[in-house]
Design a protein around this ligand. Structure first.
Ligand code: GLN
Length: 485
C-alpha cells in the first residue's frame, strides 16, 4: 500500500518497475483531495506537476512543501491574509533542489500564520486537524506538512523550524522530524521569521528517509550567506552505521517524574521515556542525568520570545501591501500601509510585532534584546560544554500528547512549560535535532528528541537510527480513512 511506504521503499518499487512516478503522483493526488475537507493539509493542491523519472534518491517521489517557501508561479501565502494572492517570481533553493532531483510537488501546506505559533490553528487558510484524532491539533507551525505525512499522502514533506515547528508536530503526529545544523540547508526563498533561529526541516516516516532528504537539500548556497560549506558526507549511506559514541544525557529539571505526579498524561509520557532509556542502556548506550540551573532553563521561553519577536518584527517590515499582497486603502502611504497591515495580520501576529517593536526600542534594547542574547549564549555554552562529554541530549519532545482544540492553554502551567519549550535550545545553538516516535499514550503517538553537536548531523542521525530500532514504532502513520490507493 502506497500510504504506508517510505521514500526508500517507494524508490525500490520504482527501480524494479513495480510502479511509475506518474502512478505515485496519481495516488498522492487522490489522497490529498480525499483528506482535504477533513484535515486541511493544503493551501494549494497541484494537479498538474510535471512528473520526472530521475535516478536520484528521491526522483519520482511525491512530497509537500510548506506554504512559506517561494515557488515560481505557484500561490505562496504563508497562510496570511497579507499574502493571500501572492505568486512568487523566484524559487526557494530547497524547491529548486527538489525539482532538480525529480521529486514531485503535490501541494503547498497550511501553516500557522507566517510560521509563528504552534497549534496549526492560527493561519488564515484554516485549521489543520490531527490525523490520529480529529478532535486534536497536529501542532505547528508546519501543521499541514505534518498532517500530509501522517496521513500517508506523501512520504515526506518540508517545513521550517524556528523554535520547534517541525520537531513538535512530528511528536504529535507520530513522525520523524529533523532539523539539521544551522546553515546546513539554504533558507533562500523561505520567508524569514527570525533569521538567527530559522531552519529548514523535514518530516518523514523513518530516520533513514530523513537522511535521504537531507542529502538532497544540504550544501552551500551563494544566495544564503549563512550556509555551511558542504561536509561531503552521504548521510543516507552513513545513517545505518554505529555512531562514534553512544553517551547521552537528559536534563533532570526537565524530565523528573516527581515534578509531574499530579498529571497522569505527563507521568505516562515520562514513564515510557525512562523505559526506553533503559532499553537503550541494555543495547550499549550510556545515558546519564545532568542538572542545569532551573533559572537558566526557565529563561528559555522568554528568551525565545524576545529574540524571535524582535527579529520577526524587522523581517516582516516588508509586508506593507505595496510590493505584494492586497493593497490597503488610504490617502497617504502611511494610511495605505496601516490599513493593509491592520487587515492582513491576525491578532497573534500583531501581538508579536508589538512585542518585537517594544523590545527593539532604543531604551529597551539592552535590557530586553541584548539580555536575551546573553542568556541565549549562556544556554548554548552550557549545552556545548556538556557535548564535550556527551554525544547527544535525549528528552521527550513534549510533555504530553497532541492537545484537544478545546483544551485551554492554561493547561500549560509553569511546570509543563519546560517540557514544552526546551526544543528551542536546538535553534539557539543551531544544533542538529531530531524527533522520533517512541510510543502511544491514549492511542496518540508521543515523540522523543535527540539533539547533538553542531555540524555532526550524521552522528545525530546515526544515534536516532539506533534508538528508532528500539522503540517498536518505526514507520507509523495514521490509517484513518476508507480509501485504497
Ligand atoms: N511555536 C513557536 C512559536 O510560536 C515556534 C514556531 C516555529 O518554530 N516556527 O514561535
Amino acid at each position: 500500500m502506497y500510504r504506508e511506504k517510505t521514500i526508500k521503499e517507494l524508490k525500490e518499487d520504482l527501480k524494479e518497475g513495480k510502479i511509475t512516478a506518474d502512478d505515485l503522483y496519481g495516488k498522492s493526488l487522490r489522497l490529498a483531495h480525499y483528506f482535504q475537507d477533513d484535515y486541511n493539509s493544503f493551501v494549494t493542491i497541484l494537479d498538474d506537476t510535471k512528473v520526472k523519472e530521475r535516478e536520484t534518491l528521491i526522483g519520482g517521489i511525491p512530497y509537500a512543501l510548506k506554504d512559506n517557501f517561494s515557488t515560481t508561479g505557484i500561490l505562496t501565502t504563508g497562510s496570511s491574509n497579507i499574502l493571500k494572492d501572492y505568486v512568487p517570481v523566484y524559487d526557494a533553493t530547497v524547491y529548486k533542489k527538489l525539482k532538480r532531483a525529480g521529486a514531485t510537488l503535490v501541494g503547498k501546506t497550511v501553516l500557522d500564520e507566517l510560521a509563528m505559533g504552534g497549534t496549526g490553528t492560527t493561519g488564515a487558510t484554516g485549521i489543520v486537524k490531527n490525523p490520529w484524532d480529529k478532535e486534536r491539533m497536529i501542532g505547528g507551525s508546519s501543521a499541514g506538512s505534518a498532517a500530509a505525512v501522517a496521513l500517508g499522502i506523501v512520504p515526506f514533506s518540508i517545513g521550517s523550524d524556528t523554535g520547534d515547528s517541525v520537531r513538535k508536530p512530528a511528536a504529535f503526529g507520530g513522525l520523524v522530524g529533523f532539523k539539521p545544523t544551522y546553515g546546513r540547508i539554504s533558507r533562500y526563498g523561505m520567508f524569514a521569521f527570525a533569521s538567527s533561529l530559522d531552519h529548514v526541516a523535514m518530516f518523514t516516516k523513518t530516520v533513514e528517509d530523513a537522511a535521504i532528504v537531507t542529502d538532497i537539500l544540504k550544501g552551500q548556497d551563494p544566495l544564503d550567506m549563512t550556509t555551511l560549506k558542504d561536509d561531503g558526507k552521504k548521510y543516507s549511506e552513513l545513517v545505518t552505521e554505529e555512531p562514534k559514541g553512544k553517551k547521552l544525557f537528559y536534563i533532570k529539571e526537565i524530565c523528573d517524574k516527581e515534578l509531574y505526579k499530579d498529571s497522569k498524561e505527563v507521568t505516562e509520557v515520562l514513564t515510557k521515556f525512562h523505559e526506553l532509556l533503559d532499553k537503550c542502556r541494555q543495547e550499549g548506550f550510556t545515558i546519564e542525568e545532568v542538572s542545569i540551573d532551573k533559572d537558566l532553563l526557565n529563561a528559555i521561553y522568554p528568551t525565545y520570545m524576545c529574540i524571535s519577536c524582535a527579529e520577526a518584527t524587522s523581517n516582516n517590515a516588508n509586508l506593507t501591501g505595496i510590493q505584494f499582497g492586497p493593497r490597503g486603502e488610504g490617502d497617504s502611504i502611511e494610511e495605505i500601509i496601516f490599513d493593509a497591515r491592520t487587515k492582513g495580520f491576525s491578532e497573534l501576529i500583531k501581538r508579536r510585532f508589538v512585542l518585537g517593536s517594544f523590545i527593539l526600542q532604543k531604551e529597551n534594547q539592552d535590557k530586553l534584546f541584548l539580555n536575551a542574547q546573553r542568556v541565549r549564549r549562556l544556554l548554548v555554552e552550557k549545552i556545548t560544554e556538556l557535548f564535550k562529554e556527551y554525544d547527544g541530549m535525549i528528552l521527550p519532545a513534549s510533555g504530553g500528547i497532541a492537545p484537544k482544540f478545546t483544551d485551554s492553554s492554561e493547561k500549560l502551567s509553569d511546570r509543563y512549560l519546560l517540557l514544552e519549550n526546551h526544543l528551542a535550545i536546538g535553534n539557539f545553538g543551531g544544533f542538529p535535532s531530531i524527533t522520533i516516535p517512541y510510543g502511544m499514550v491514549e492511542d496518540m503517538p508521543i515523540g522523543l528528541n535527540i539533539t547533538g553537536r553542531i555540524k555532526e548531523d550524521d552522528e545525530v542521525l546515526k544515534l536516532a537510527y539506533q534508538v528508532e530500532k528500539l522503540t517498536g514504532y518505526k514507520g507509523i502513520y495514521s490509517k484513518v480513512g476508507d480509501i485504497d490507493v
